[in-house]
Ligand binder design. Sequence first.
Ligand code: HEC
Length: 170
Amino acid sequence: MKIKNQKPTTMKSLKSAALLFLAAMVFYSCSSDNTSTTETTEETGLAHQAPEAPVEDDGKGIGPITSVEVGDNIDEALAAEGKAIFEGKCSACHQLSDQKVVGPGMAGVTEKRKPEWIMNMIINPEEMTKKDPEAKKLLAEHLTQMTNQNINEKDARALLEFLRQNDKNS
Ligand code: HEC
């Protein structure tokens, strides 16, 4: 009696143990698949890069300046302010001609760049050379990072006016 009763019971519990084990394996492999997919995404950095990549380059650069009004004529007083700042903080690296020193010559810059881009480059050069396609090219060419000269928006606007004057006079 004892032996007869024990055998089926043992078989039954072995079977259900095996089924449980299988179910656990299936569950485990599914969930570990999910985990590894997430990890791969994080490892490649794709999930992080996507939102940072500019959707469309509007040519205004990256920084606090999103819109600047410039007149048709040069504001001479503002340009004179810009000239003084340029001579103190910029001329060590930039000529007013098209000649390169440490950085590119300034001649023609207001014709090839938007005013917002120029001001963002002056205020925010490190982020610009990391993320803005045109500023990245400049860094690759000049191999020196333009230093952040702690220029505020008002002074950057004066510098822009001076660069506009420089281009108008040439
Ligand atoms: C230490 C040298 C250095 C100083 C100081 C410096 N720059 Fe630059 N500048 C550069 C370099 C180098 C580049 C090219 C981008 C790069 O490599 O970071 C550049 C790029 C620029 C550009 C973009 C030029 C183009 O062709 O599009 C402008 C505009 C500019 N600088 C303006 C200024 C102004 C205005 C100042 C002063 C407030 C200034 N820079 C101070 C080195 C300097």
